[in-house]
Every structure is written in structure tokens, then in C-alpha cells.
Design a protein. Sequence first.
Length: 256
Amino acid sequence: MTNERRVLVHPDKQALTGSVAARFLTKTVDILDDLGEANVALTGGTVGIAVLEAVNSSPARDSVDWSKVHFWWGDERFVAKDSEERNERQAREALLDHIAVPPENIHPFPASDEIADIDEAAAVYAAELEAFASDGARHPRFDITFLGVGPDGHIASLFPDRAGIRETEATVIAERDAPKPPPQRLSLTRPVLNASDRIWLVLAGADKASALGLALAGASYTEVPVAGAKGRKRTVFFVDKDAAVDVPENLIAPSY
Ligand SMILES: O=C(O)[C@H](O)[C@@H](O)[C@H](O)[C@H](O)COP(=O)(O)O
């Protein structure tokens, strides 16, 4: 299989999240067999969280030795720790609180009531990434990075025509005026996301069709950030039919 971006189309959001959940569980078992440890970067957003709920409700959930899995985030809303808007809280409620993952294996971004200054919070997470890096890198090599996609093509908290999507030096950026509320966010940068072995993008709904179509047709990633998502080994778009209407036929993997 080449590293070309692949699009897997599902009849609806439920089929999409069930398929991604099944694939995540089997792939994570394989990764643990091969490497003994897995680093996974989670996403916020309704589809990303629905995937975690589907993982949690899978009969195969505990086929994974969760004690060997580290969970990170691609981005986080810079709000209070117990805010319902936090990606961490939503992920814990959807999956992490229900599996035997050691607390020290969960690496949330700092919350605004833990570190008041957003730039300091970004620096703290950058240091956490570096502390778990190897081979002189500045962040772990994520085995699987999940990304949701906004109607404007944003990924994580990297938005069109913002400094964050252009950043190539820092590993973590602070976004102060995000077009998607809440405005203050923290995000991994594109080079860190793309250092992942696998990037799995999960998107559903007709409002995502334009961004996906533009990205796959060669749009600039500064204008359509999802166009710049490319894992080292695999880049797979898991979509429903409504989001796939503008995808070039030749990129759609055979349905199965
Ligand atoms: O913190 C966030 O909001 C997410 O990380 C963001 O990047 C999200 O994944 C997309 O906006 C898609 O969200 P939906 O899946 O709800 O459309």
C-alpha cells in the first residue's frame, strides 16, 4: 500500500465511527505486538469523541493492553480543567475513564485554571512532549493521530490563514482568536502532526465536503489546513457519504 492519501467512505456517521473504532483496536494490538508501546494523539470534535464512544462500547475494547498506551491530544480548548468544553474531559467520559490506562499515561494540555498564561501553557506541553521523545526528537512519534476537520478545513486548532498553520519551529502553538469557539486554544503544529506514523482523519456531514474536496484537489494547506495533513506511513480519511461528494473518484478506496 502506498502512502497516498486514501478515502474510506461509509454510509453514515454511525458506520464511520464503528469502523474507525474497530480499526483502531486491531491496529493498536498490532502496534503493541511490534513495539511494546503505543502513542496515540486524540482529537476533539463530535466525530472524534463519537469514535472514542464506539471504542468504549466495542466487545473487543479490552483486547488492547491499555497499560502500554499513552494518550496525547492534537489540540485543546484553553478553558478550566472541569469545563465541558475540554477535549480531555470529553475523552475521559467517552473512553479513558472506562479502560485500565495508567493515569501517568494520559498527557492532557494544561487548563486555564492551572496555568493562567496561554503561552506558558504551550511551553509546558512542549516540555512534556520532549520529555517523552526519543532519538533526539522534540516530541514522541505518534503511532496514530486522530484529526477531526472543520467546515473551513481546520485541523486540531490550526485554522486557515492563521500563524499557527504556518508554524514550523515550535511544537505547540497558542491560538488566541479561533473562529471556532472557544477562541483560546492550544495545538500541536503541522510538523508534529505529520511526524505521526498514521494520521486518521474522521469527518462526517455535507458541511465538510467542500474542504475535503479542495484539500484532495491540491489546495494550499495555509488556506485549507487539512490539505497539509500527511502521516509518515499512512493518511486515511474516514468519511461518510455526505462528506465525500466532492472527492475525486480515483481517491476513493473500494468499499468493503
Ligand atoms: O477542539 C476541537 O474543536 C477539535 O480538535 C477540532 O479540530 C474538531 O476536530 C473539528 O472542528 C471537527 O469537529 P466536528 O467533528 O465536531 O465537526
